[in-house]
Design a binder for this molecule. Structure first.
Ligand SMILES: *Cc1c(COP(=O)(O)O)cnc(C)c1O
Length: 382
């Protein structure tokens, strides 16, 4: 790749006056650990999700997945079915509880879990299914639920890409068996780093509160007043997975902007679809983005031009990404049990992620679309 300057990066986090103001306030409070901002953050996220389910804030999306798997009772020797086309954090969280990922294929249209492929892999050791929403798509929640009910499986819904999306009017996060979000630096909403687990039961909340605080039975109600108890029991395996006040404070500023963030990301995707849909070698996502807060805009290009396409865009100052290399391509998972993966193994060579920001200017969008069109014109002229 050349070193021409990057004009449009893949990501551009929305850090404005409000985020910085909240961060300064949280620092000046000098209660740097988990405290009152975290309580407010959890309450505000639950309100945003329009749910009376419980929100437990944690340090990362990976931590949220790990804890959700513990809550689902997944452990040593169990299997969890998940698309090979998923984030490494999911595979590692499954290993972290002593279980093994089993790789299924994805749906050709949405690149989300293919439920027929998943159903064919259910075995004696299968304990849970871990579907995820990809980029601009919600997965088929009804089909996930039917499969889980039929086989008595728990569902850990990875909604890292779909914070702010809806499905039949309901907010994503308000209806799944167990749901998780990530608020890492590049997601629709960021806490710098952060995550959340959404659960139904009080008892699960108490366990999550213990597990995120290295197992300490320290009441959250005390910590939420910027205080701590000095005596407590430790009754189970835990981790240092809590969310600090500073991160929650930044998240609160972001949460207030979700309507604008959603609108901007959606209109950016619509612009891309309109412009890039006309380029003959480019396949755009077949959706109008009506219900979603899109996280990742991707296109498919012919496998044999994909690498040249990425170099060509880079030369035109546009950064691109690949989400993702499939799980069975990594040495750690090369022996993982899996079904046939025809869609995964086709799209892995075709997908390219294009820049998408919450405050993307029309100029930046135009620049990307022009670069894509220009690349293919030159390809053809030779
Ligand atoms: C980002 C992401 C995660 C992991 O979240 P972190 O906060 O980065 O640990 C998990 N799953 C998916 C689909 C993601 O995009």
């Amino acid at each position: 790749m050349t070193d021409s300057p990057i004009h449009v990066p893949m990501y551009d986090p929305l850090i404005e006056r409000e985020e910085i103001g909240n961060a300064v306030e949280a620092l000046e409070m000098k209660w740097l650990g988990m405290g009152e901002y975290v309580a407010r953050f959890e309450r505000s996220v639950a309100e945003f999700l329009e749910t009376d389910r419980h929100v437990v804030a944690v340090s990362t999306g990976h931590a949220a997945l790990h804890l959700a798997l513990r809550i689902a009772g997944v452990g040593e020797g169990d299997e969890v079915i998940t698309p090979a086309f998923n984030n490494v954090a999911d595979f590692q969280a499954i290993l972290a509880v002593g279980a093994r990922p089993v790789f299924c294929d994805v749906d050709e249209r949405t690149l989300c879990i293919d439920l027929h492929s998943a159903a064919a892999l259910v075995g004696e050791r299968t304990k849970a299914i871990l579907p995820m929403d990809y980029g601009v798509w919600n997965c088929d929640y009804d089909a996930v639920e039917r499969l889980a009910e039929w086989h008595g499986l728990r569902v850990i819904h990875d909604a890292a890409h779909s914070f702010g999306s809806r499905s039949r009017g309901r907010r994503v996060g308000s209806f799944s068996d167990l749901c998780m979000f990530s608020f890492d630096p590049v997601k629709n909403m960021t806490c710098i780093d952060g995550g959340a687990v959404i659960v139904r039961d009080e008892a699960d909340v108490e366990r999550l509160h213990r597990m995120r605080l290295i197992g300490m039975g320290q009441p959250a109600s005390v910590m939420y007043q910027n205080q701590r108890a000095w005596t407590y029991d430790v009754s189970e395996l835990g981790y240092r997975y809590h969310m600090p006040n500073l991160h929650a404070a930044i998240g609160l500023a972001q949460l207030a902007k979700m309507p604008e963030i959603t609108e901007r990301r959606r209109s950016a995707c619509r612009y891309y679809n309109e412009r890039l849909g006309e380029v003959s070698d480019v396949v755009v996502p077949a959706t109008d983005f009506a219900d979603v807060c899109p996280f990742l805009y991707y296109v498919r290009v012919p496998a044999e031009t994909r690498d040249a396409f990425r170099v060509g865009l880079r030369e035109r100052g546009i950064e691109t990404g690949i989400h993702w290399q499939p799980g069975h391509r990594f040495s750690l998972f090369e022996d993982a049990r899996r079904g046939p993966l025809p869609v995964t193994e086709r799209i892995e060579h075709e997908i390219v992620s294009l820049p998408l920001h919450s405050n993307m200017t029309d100029k930046a969008l135009e620049r990307v679309a022009d670069a894509v069109a220009d690349f293919f014109v030159e390809e053809r002229v030779g």
